[in-house]
Design a protein around this ligand. Structure first.
Ligand code: FES
Ligand code: FES
Length: 155
């Protein structure tokens, strides 16, 4: 089986890889993109959230075989450059959102996907869309940071 997909704009043609391997493992172990985190491994915590064709998905549940022709973006590919961060990243820094930080790349990817569709979500819409778990319970700051990012979209 031959497949191709893009990760952060780079075409990937995986060879000698088990096509049933979950995307999360491929990102971390083969591509060395360690910003996407392993939490539960069963699609519940959201630590492994990436974008596939603009949708926030939990990469621990996605086999490589399903990715032919897909456009994948990870936290490493969210900013245009180190000097031109994504609005969500800027807001996360301004609000000083993380505590331990472990869940936060997944939270940021979920927030970026939400704001791409809804430029000014309510608290209820944020809670409904972002079901990522934070063991440090930083949910209040996460909501505040999403609202702060929404202001960048308005500007
Ligand atoms: S590691 Fe994928 S949802 Fe928890
Ligand atoms: S900041 Fe620690 S798990 Fe979310």
């Amino acid at each position: 089986m031959t497949i191709k997909f893009k990760i952060n704009g780079r075409t990937i043609d995986p060879t000698n890889v088990d096509m049933e391997m979950p995307l999360l493992w491929f990102l971390r172990e083969t591509q060395k993109l360690k910003g996407t985190k392993f939490g539960c491994g069963i699609g519940q915590c959201g630590a492994c959230t990436v974008h596939i064709d603009g949708e926030a998905v939990r990469s621990c549940t996605i086999p490589l075989a399903s990715l032919n022709g897909k456009d994948i973006r990870t936290i490493e590919g969210l900013a245009k450059s180190d000097n031109d961060l994504h609005p969500v990243q800027q807001a996360w820094i301004e609000i000083d959102t993380p505590q331990c930080g472990y869940c936060q790349s997944g939270q940021i990817m979920a927030a970026a996907a939400l704001l791409a569709k809804n430029k000014n979500p309510t608290d209820e819409e944020i809670d409904k869309s972002m079901t990522n778990i934070c063991r440090c319970a930083s949910y209040t700051r996460i909501r505040k940071a999403v609202h702060q990012a929404a202001k960048f979209y308005e500007a």
